[in-house]
Design a protein around this ligand. Sequence first.
Ligand code: ATP
Length: 249
Amino acid sequence: MAEPVLAVDRLEKAFGALKATNGVSLDLRPGEIHALIGPNGAGKSTLINQIAGALAPDAGTIRFLGRDVTALSTAARARLGLARTFQVSSLLPDFSALRNIMLAAQARQGSSLRFLRPVLSDRTLTEPAMAILARVGLTARADVPAAELSHGERRQLEIAVALAMQPKAFLLDEPMAGMGPEGSKTLTAFLDGLRQEAPILLVEHDMDAVFALADRVSVLVYGQVIASGSVAEIRSDPEVRRAYLGDAA
Ligand SMILES: Nc1ncnc2c1ncn2[C@@H]1O[C@H](COP(=O)(O)OP(=O)(O)OP(=O)(O)O)[C@@H](O)[C@H]1O
């Protein structure tokens, strides 16, 4: 079996008496979409925050591309190629879609903001950013400030920003949230192709998307992985149906 790109081993995180992450182990292998599902408050965001480096675990390790990154900052992990999108938008609202992407590309190269203005007239720099916009279907919206994009377009742009980091793995936190049925369909098709570029750890409540996309599903309940397996295995698991899926299975 291929070496995992990302491996989480016995991770623990408590908030007071609450064990939000209670001995979680999971991995992400090349080319796959691994969905992380579970009820509200199960600890999905807490887990993603630890993997991304925004929250320090109390115990356990996180390995990325074969190296222990548990003590590294968010920025250091991002530079290694760990790209993350948020439940709440992290876009710069006054900047155009194109500028948001170029900023991400520049951040990756370690350049400072003050170099942005000249590069906007440099086609060798704008063209790759336009190519990414095209991939997410936002070519016509390149010059529109992020704040003026529709909800669905902003979600697309967030993924485009992550793509500009040329990631080795994606952490996507509820990318379908707030999308209408058409938007969800478009985004599902896009994510389907994205896994070839880099594997995706996908936190998602939209079960249609999860069932359509996931190579593997792990179910988190009260900070613990209660089941992990293929979509078919998870859908037919009585404990998962009881704890989370119910009629959605
Ligand atoms: N900073 C914090 N301080 C105290 N408790 C927290 C903190 N962050 C999260 N929690 C608690 O930890 C538990 C896990 O929360 P988390 O947001 O990780 O769940 P989730 O599975 O992402 O939920 P949702 O699906 O609603 O996003 C919850 O009980 C939450 O109230």
